[in-house]
Design a binder for this molecule. Structure first.
Ligand code: MG
Length: 415
């Protein structure tokens, strides 16, 4: 009997104060459903609308096992394609269909990708401090747990919190997060110089520019960081300035990781084919789910470019699990960002139940032990969703402030 799709719902929940969106695809087989990540935290209502108003009518009654056919059907159905809202909506369905496929096979999803080529998935964790001493403490905390790759940031991504313009800004400059790119380059080089002298070279360090520099300054930063042997420099140039990577590549030996904002195959094809980056770093739901991300991974393998999938707090545990299953089976795996089951430090955790609201809503979330993450071992993605728990943490659709980054003259800069 064919397995038919009977319902498609997009469930919004914010157990850590961050909007998460998970798609549940139900079938005509009792109890058989799949879950997928459709999280676009800052436009979740728009994605929810696409899933429930447009994709559900398109999909109900169709063969739930025909993943490739349904991905293409969704992708071309609106004619205009490759946008973040549409891609995240498609991802929710796509990952849910892969989850279903694994449940049907009775296997964890990585088995369907060819089986595990590694025992655990090495991750990098995020260390942050207001000054060097705090950062060194944070690095020591992770190393004590066995973490070998650590991303080091001081003062966020080169700016403080959202608030009034500093006194030295232009008169009348609006509220924002104020960036000073030249000072950020100087401070970051001094920071890594001090870090290496304190923690040595036995730990791998990563740094994220988060697109916040003009390309010429990004090049200078990459050059000046060479003595400190970074594992990679993340998103050194903005999405729209990918051509600059050719110049960075020619002029610095610092390894480059790029792509957490990528939407479209043309954004990465040349970067990989010409080996202009060392690590391809995309947000899988932003690409449209597991189907296009696996194609990208296999394409990158041919060129010796390694993976470093985005794994931030504004991604659901279902999305994290998808990353881990792809990582386990990828020959060209590089590293996995892991934001953990701990709440981000800017959110007050509600202590109850398991002591972690995220785990109450998403039982089966992959576990991080030491410096490695392991899947739950259950069929499919292995993560479930407790809808009653999820309903206890409603999302909000307020104005996003962390993306309102500005320069001292008051003009907007990329976040
Ligand atoms: Mg990043």
């Amino acid at each position: 009997m064919a397995i038919r799709i009977t319902d498609v719902r997009a469930i919004a929940t914010a157990p850590q104060g961050i909007n998460l969106l998970v798609v549940k695809v139900e079938t005509n087989q009792p109890g058989l459903y799949g879950l997928g990540c459709a999280t676009f935290a800052y436009r979740h209502l728009a994605v929810q609308c696409v899933v429930e108003q447009y994709l559900k009518p398109l999909l109900v009654g169709r063969d739930a096992e025909a993943i490739e056919e349904l991905w293409q059907l969704m992708h071309q159905n609106a004619y205009w394609r490759n946008g973040p809202i549409e891609n995240n909506a498609i991802s929710g369905v796509d990952m849910a269909l892969w989850d279903l496929k694994g449940k049907l096979a009775g296997m964890p999803l990585y088995q369907l990708f060819g089986g595990a080529v590694r025992a655990g998935v090495p991750v990098y964790r995020h260390a942050e401090g207001r000054d060097l001493a705090e950062l060194v403490d944070s690095i020591a905390h992770w190393r004590a747990q066995g973490v070998q790759h650590i991303r080091c940031q001081s003062g966020g991504y080169g700016g403080g919190g959202f608030g009034p313009a500093p006194a030295r800004a232009a008169e009348g400059a609006p509220e924002g997060i104020y960036l000073e790119p030249r000072a950020y380059v100087r401070d970051t080089v001094a920071l890594f110089d001090a870090l290496r002298s304190q923690v040595g070279f036995e730990v791998e360090l990563v740094h994220d520019v988060h697109e916040r520099l003009p390309p010429a300054d990004a090049l200078r930063l990459a050059q000046q960081l060479e003595p400190y042997a970074l594992f990679f420099l993340e998103d050194a140039v903005p999405l729209e300035q990918g051509d600059w990577l050719r110049r960075l590549r020619a002029q610095t030996s610092t390894p480059l990781a790029q792509g957490e904002l990528f939407n479209h195959p043309l954004e990465w094809r040349t970067l990989i084919a010409e080996r202009l980056i060392d690590f391809i770093r995309v947000h899988p739901s932003q690409l449209g789910g597991i189907t296009p991300t696996r194609k990208l991974q296999l394409f990158a393998e041919q060129y010796g470019v390694r993976t470093a999938w985005h794994g931030p707090g504004d991604q659901s545990p279902v999305g994290h699990a998808a990353n881990i299953h792809m990582d386990l089976a990828a020959r060209n795996f590089g590293i996995q960002e892991w934001s953990g089951t701990e709440p981000p430090n800017f959110v007050i955790q509600e202590l109850r139940g398991s002591g972690n609201a995220l785990l109450d809503v998403f039982p089966g979330l992959p576990e991080c032990r030491g410096g490695h993450v392991y899947p739950s071992g259950r069929p499919g993605l292995g993560v479930d969703l407790d809808e009653a728990e999820a309903a206890r943490y409603p999302c909000s659709a307020g104005v996003t402030t962390w993306t309102q980054t500005r320069l001292l003259d008051g003009s907007l800069a990329l976040p």
